[in-house]
Design a binder for this molecule. Structure first.
Ligand code: 13P
Ligand code: SF4
Length: 335
């Protein structure tokens, strides 16, 4: 079943009005729950959450929160990561069908076979992976600390980086590392934000900054445009979603072209209301992220579902890699 064929009817038809907000907040209070929302969530979900941020910031909050329940408004691997870090807490995701095409691009068996071809290599997995893949991993990373994670590995050790090829190319460029092998996975949403589209938008907006997520198919093109002098190099910024919020507050530009999932624009406008933000590709919407509807969130709080479970043995094997991830690099800008 793909995201396009999933029936969302049971989770629609609820207005995100004042009554909905009051009930969500009251149920969360009674449940001793903290509401976490990723930057790609629907605006009404971002606005009701206790914390909105990128994958790294939310993982850190999940690990340090004193709440006994975490309601993770994001996709399944994010909720699973919270459960790995806090096995004693109840972790709920409002719709467990919210998967991730990137996490689906490598299985535990495929990683085991890859490791067998490179004995002794250090395995670095993006957080967008299943618990089974994390259990085969030495260090996890997110887009905000991937460069720091790879830079922390002794230069003479081979690195297997997975599963995102565009983030991998960015890390390889930034670290100058030659002994790094990259899995050929991609996110269908970010891969669809392509170079020609970016070049066209940048040419039409010569004064705009470019905020580009490293998972995008256009990240290499952006650096090429900068290298060729078509776009001023200082205007091209390759950023995680949390770092985009930080950069939005700091920019002197009047307009910014944003290459990532379109949910991001909501946080950017809140962070810098005087700056004009426009999506490079306004069709870049992640259907999985958008499964977390107001109705699904209410159902989650009323019915205590969908509870996220990770097999304790898998979680124990994955925990060290995830803990290293939250220790390395600077916070990526939750709120
Ligand atoms: P970050 O929030 O870490 O930048 O990740 C983006 C993403 O694609 C999550 O699925
Ligand atoms: Fe996965 Fe891509 Fe959706 Fe992020 S935007 S959750 S990487 S499918």
């Amino acid at each position: 079943m793909t995201a396009d064929t999933i029936d969302l009817t049971p989770y629609s038809g609820v207005e995100a009005d004042a009554a909905w907000r009051d009930e969500v907040r009251e149920l969360a209070r009674r449940r001793d729950a903290v509401l976490l929302a990723h930057n790609y969530q629907l605006p009404e979900i971002q606005d009701i959450a206790d914390h909105t941020g990128d994958s790294l910031a939310l993982s850190r909050i999940a690990a340090s929160s004193s709440a006994s329940t975490i309601i993770f408004c994001g996709v399944h691997f994010m909720a699973e990561t919270a459960k790995i870090l806090s096995p004693e807490k109840t972790v709920l995701i409002p719709d467990e069908r919210a998967g991730c095409s990137l996490a689906d691009s490598i299985t535990g068996a495929e990683l085991r076979a890859w490791k067998a071809e490179h004995p002794g290599a250090v395995v670095v997995s993006y957080v967008n992976t299943t618990a089974e893949v994390k259990a085969e991993t030495d260090i996890c990373c997110t887009s905000s600390n991937a460069v720091d994670v790879v830079a922390s590995i002794p230069a003479d050790r081979e690195v297997l980086f997975l599963p995102d090829q565009f983030l991998g190319a960015h890390v390889k460029r930034e670290t100058g590392r030659e002994n790094m092998h990259i899995w050929a996975g991609e996110c269908h949403v970010h891969a669809g934000i392509n170079g020609p589209e970016l070049a066209e938008r940048a040419a039409a907006n010569p004064e705009a900054d470019l905020f580009i997520h490293p998972e995008c198919g256009c990240a290499t093109s952006a650096l090429y445009l900068a290298g060729e002098g078509i776009v001023a190099p200082e205007r091209v910024k390759i950023l995680s979603t949390g770092d985009m919020v930080t950069q939005a507050r700091a920019t002197k530009a009047k307009s910014v072209l944003v290459a990532t999932e379109i949910g991001m624009i909501h946080q950017l406008r809140k962070a810098a209301p005087d700056v004009e933000f426009a999506a490079v590709n306004d069709r870049a919407s992640c259907r999985y992220m958008k499964m977390i509807t107001p109705a699904a969130l209410l159902r989650s709080l009323r019915e205590n579902r969908d509870e996220v479970h990770v097999d304790p043995e898998t979680a124990a094997r994955a925990r060290g890699a995830v803990q290293r991830m939250i220790e390395i690099g600077q916070p990526g800008g939750g709120e």
